[in-house]
Design a protein around this ligand. Structure first.
Ligand SMILES: *Cc1c(COP(=O)(O)O)cnc(C)c1O
Length: 425
């Protein structure tokens, strides 16, 4: 106990002396929590060429260059919600009924029907994934979860921080990044609690057709393992393909569908996501209870945006979605054609989402031993930043975003071309 309070000027010395005695230890959860994009990118010590402006083809945030903006309806919906003054307080932990009803309606198409009671609102789709994984898997049972490789790194971050085992199934680049179903099946074991599906895919930009989804779901059904379907890029699909939701296939597999406003409505910072429980055989009633319990940890998501959700989802005109798709498709085609001509690179044309994967034939670039060195060189010489495939567990590839303004995209392709031509042997 302190006899007298230390004088202000003594506090610094006092703290330094006492700090060790406090033994404030970080938790195991925090120590097991890794952001793979940050940890890989930070080790690269990336320095751009000071003579060239940086072109970031790395960030999965469509808003950074200001060329893609939310619709007028979306912006006005938030203004109205703010002025209504009825969205300043706490809401129900699972979200307002009006907002959940709007999400249920928005997701009810192609014969699928969701009910507001199937919907839980979350702080972004990341939080939806967090709740779903926490609800179905735990470390004390030695559970593992199966996730795609290459895949979105947050699945791994979430599972590892909870002490849940991580197993991966391969995607096949030469088959439009379809799932290697035999490999998937070989990875399932007694402790597999859930399989994560990501369609359309980040980082691949692939979109699965109905037959492939059915084949995937039949494996989940055979082993009686539920699915978490990350459909955050739902309907961000080029015209020659059709987005098919797992819920539309009447597979009999219980599925937790995760989505949100971030990508399709171009507002990732608003942090609104949802879980839609698709449970055709009533296998998830305990999981619904678990999700309700977990939603109480965070007391629901931003109520102001919840007030805007009905207008955002139901009044956004079709032309808004179409304009974005057209922009992405033109950008993707242009980039694909430009990169295809570059020796040593193999671009994979996406069918949707916001990304394109590019294979780097490292044998042809002996100057660089690893893909990470290649990425670093590209930044140092050309100030073009692409994310290494290592962030998605696929070294030897790089992911580029196709949301960047077309003139910058052209400039980036020219610089990548100069760089590759310089080092190709
Ligand atoms: C961006 C993204 C999310 C996260 O979305 P937020 O709503 O911003 O949390 C989830 N899954 C995938 C595959 C993503 O690319």
């Amino acid at each position: 106990m302190l006899e007298t309070s230390p004088k202000i000027e003594e506090v610094g010395i006092y703290n330094a002396k006492k700090a060790k005695e406090w033994k404030v230890q970080p938790s195991k959860t925090s120590k097991n929590c890794h952001n793979y994009i940050r940890s890989i990118v930070d080790t690269l010590n990336l320095e751009p060429n000071p003579e060239k402006n940086v072109i970031a083809l790395s960030l999965g945030d469509p808003t950074i260059y200001g060329n893609l903006n939310p619709s007028k309806e979306t912006t006005e919906a938030v203004q109205k919600a703010l002025e209504a003054t009825s969205y300043n307080g706490y809401g129900p932990c699972v979200g307002f009924e009006s907002a959940r009803k709007a999400v249920a309606n928005y997701l009810s198409y192609d014969g699928v029907e969701f009910n507001p009671r199937d919907i839980i609102l979350c702080s972004g789709c990341s939080s939806s994934l967090d709740l779903c994984i926490s609800a179905v898997a735990c470390s004390s049972r030695n559970d593992n979860i199966l996730m795609p490789k290459p895949g979105f790194p947050i699945y791994r971050t979430l599972a590892e921080s909870m002490g849940i085992g991580v197993k991966t199934y391969n995607l096949l680049p030469e088959k439009g990044w379809e799932i290697d179903l035999l490999h998937l099946e070989s990875q399932i074991d007694q402790n597999t609690a859930v399989i994560i599906l990501n369609n359309p895919s980040n980082p691949c930009g692939s979109v699965y057709d109905e037959d492939h989804l059915r084949a995937f779901l039949s494996i989940a059904r055979r082993y009686q393992i539920p699915v978490i379907a990350d459909e955050v890029y739902e309907r961000i699909v080029f015209p020659h393909k059709k987005f098919v939701s797992t819920a539309a296939l009447e597979s009999g597999v219980p599925i937790l569908i995760c989505g949100g406003l971030a990508k399709r409505f171009l507002v990732p910072g608003w942090r609104i996501g949802w879980i839609a429980v698709h449970d055709p055989i009533d296998a998830l009633s305990d999981i619904r209870t678990a999700l309700l319990a977990l939603s109480q940890k965070i007391i629901g998501c931003n109520t102001l945006i919840q007030g805007a959700i009905p207008s955002v989802l139901l009044e956004t005109p079709q032309s808004f979605y179409e304009d974005i798709i057209n922009f992405l498709l033109e950008n993707a085609k242009m980039t694909y054609d430009a990169l295809k001509k570059i020796p040593g690179l193999v671009p994979y044309m996406p069918d949707g989402a916001l990304y394109m994967m590019v294979k780097v034939d490292l044998e042809k670039f002996p100057e660089f031993e690893t893909g990470l060195q290649f990425i670093t060189g590209l930044m140092e010489e050309e100030s073009v930043f692409c994310l290494p495939g290592d962030c998605f567990q696929l070294p030897g590839f790089m992911r580029i975003v196709i949301t960047v303004p077309t003139d910058l995209m052209i400039e980036a392709c020219n610089r990548i071309s100069d760089f590759c031509n310089k080092y190709y042997t």
